[in-house]
Write a protein that binds this ligand. Structure first.
Ligand code: 13P
Ligand code: SF4
Length: 330
């Protein structure tokens, strides 16, 4: 019966008694079951605060790889939970809402990617971690926005490289390394929605502010940015910078850690253009709620399961990424 609800709704919709202190119960059940919660920076603040580890996609994979927990709850999107499952096939990996997808992963279907690869038989494949397990199985080395430059740079300059699925990150890497890359035409709907005009308006009234952007943003935004980096790199930049004001061009969840780490600094979330929902939330990330997290821990559902063969095929490209990252001190 639970499976049927999950198939239809993506999560367990069981009511929670109002006398339950959800935060305290999550802590208790987590301990009792030897479970850990891994949360991405785009999760709501209360989830970040209750998590065992909060981080970017690379950190979440690294923590999954080294945990001794029996259960991993991924407070993030589906590709992050799949990555944890691929790295820990014998552990139970749970995600509070199986419909927490990603527009980038969605933009790259395995059949289309196989056809794309056939057009470039002498190219190696570097895929962004924001992909399905099927795409990772077709990939030589996975990357995240933290290590993308190091991963691409690990191949000789004359080696042809296919990069997918994010065209903005792909062209950013190509420009930074001054090399040709064959790029899949996908994008993140959240990062493509930021308005250059509005960002510049904010900058004009805050001339000392630094514009800091995620590489999934479009090129015109990256060109006016003072710093471009992954979520963890944006956080580190804000901490180390002498500036006191930042226009943050990525999903708004990251502002929670920025304000926690730098209480005396000002962080202004960049606005999207009007044609979108007028907020800079990732609707997929925000599908995860404390209530869903509680039910997930309690009932150990929804669980992420993957075919053994697929795990074996996808694992190689993730392990290759983790090895190169370690060599580069990332
Ligand atoms: P990071 O790895 O930089 O946290 O990015 C993940 C993501 O989905 C960005 O939209
Ligand atoms: Fe995917 Fe974009 Fe959401 Fe990141 S912000 S999870 S890339 S849809």
């Amino acid at each position: 019966m639970f499976e049927e609800t999950i198939r239809k709704k993506g999560f367990l919709d069981l009511p929670i008694n109002s006398s339950v202190n959800i935060i305290e119960e999550i802590k208790r059940i987590k301990k009792e079951k030897n479970a850990i919660i891994l949360a991405h920076f785009y999760q709501e603040s209360a989830i970040q605060d209750i998590a065992d580890f909060v981080g970017d996609s690379l950190k979440l994979a690294q923590e999954a790889q080294k945990t001794n927990a029996d259960i991993i709850v991924m407070a993030g999107v589906h590709f992050m939970a799949e990555t944890a499952k691929i790295l820990c096939p014998d552990k139970k990996v749970l995600i509070p809402d199986i419909f927490a997808g990603c527009s980038l992963a969605e933009s790259c279907k395995a059949d289309d990617f196989i056809a794309f690869k056939k057009l470039h038989p002498d190219a190696v494949v570097v895929s962004y971690v924001n992909t399905t397990a099927e795409i990772k199985a077709l990939t030589d080395v996975v990357c995240t926005s933290t290590n993308a430059i190091a991963i691409v740079n690990s191949f000789p300059k004359n080696q042809k490289i296919i990069f997918g699925p994010d065209r903005n990150l792909g062209s950013y890497i190509a420009s930074q390394l001054d090399r040709d890359i064959i790029i899949w035409d996908g994008a993140c709907t959240v990062h493509e929605a930021f308005s250059l005009e509005k960002i510049l308006d904010i900058k004009n009234s805050n001339l000392d502010a630094k514009i800091i952007s995620h590489p999934e943003c479009t090129k015109p935004i990256l060109l006016v940015s003072d710093f471009v980096g992954s979520t963890s790199q944006l956080l580190t930049y804000a901490k180390n910078s002498k500036s006191s004001t930042f226009i943050v061009v990525t999903e708004s969840g990251i502002l929670h850690q920025m304000k926690k780490d730098c209480p005396d600094k000002t962080f202004i979330p960049a606005p999207p253009n009007d044609s979108t929902c007028a907020c800079n939330d990732c609707a997929f990330m925000k599908l995860i709620t404390l209530e869903k997290l509680y039910n997930t821990l309690l009932y150990e559902l929804p669980e992420v399961s993957l075919d053994k063969d697929l795990i074996e095929k996808a694992k190689k490209s993730i392990i290759a990424m983790l090895d190169i990252s370690e060599k580069n001190g990332l």
